[in-house]
Design a protein around this ligand. Sequence first.
Ligand SMILES: [Zn+2]
Length: 242
Amino acid sequence: MIDRLLILYELQSIDDQLDDLEELRGDLPNAVESLKEKLNTLKADIDSKEKGRKESLKKREENDEEIEKLKANQKKFKAQLYQVRNNKEYDALTKEIDHTDEQMNKLETENNTLADRSKSLADEIEEIKPQLNELKDELKAKEADLKEIIKTNEKEEVKLRDKRKEIESKTKKADYSAYMRIRKAKKGKAVATIKRSACSGCHNIVPSQRQLEIRRNNRLFFCEYCGRILVSAEVAETVDSE
Ligand SMILES: [Zn+2]
């Protein structure tokens, strides 16, 4: 039975060390993630503005071609004016000429609007670009910091993770799930010991009869206040002195 308690206490001790390593990273992993998200949003924004600019340019080119065609037609119509034989033909031609004028005006107006749109999109892109570069630099710096921290503790972390796997495989399934459940509920600390007659997790006094029972190391006990697994000082000392 004592082995079962030793294993649980050791599991806690390894997780404590892993938690400490995690804490060294602080907010860096989150900061890196949120910077990446911001960068992607900005990039998508720039891409859509670039796309808008290209589309507007393409439409303007198409319109220019159309205007050229209309101009050529207009020239023909105007030349034909000198050759009309009657009023009916004259009216028909002037109608065509007016209509072509209208079409050309419409296309030119549209092109002016497109040019304005293009210009303001270009301005907006230029405005965003410095922000993008700033974010890129910030991300680079944070990623480098994080990498440095991870590298410094890499060996220790790998060792701890291997050890944890080994201990986990030795832990009874029911004990492990109880441990994980309490660990989650109690911010990482699932196993406590008795220090000065109190639970080391919640500092409430453990009744002396219960302390005696716990010292026998022959059963799993849970703190009646915080619900943590309570092991004897003997168990804690055995693991801590390893
Ligand atoms: Zn407690």
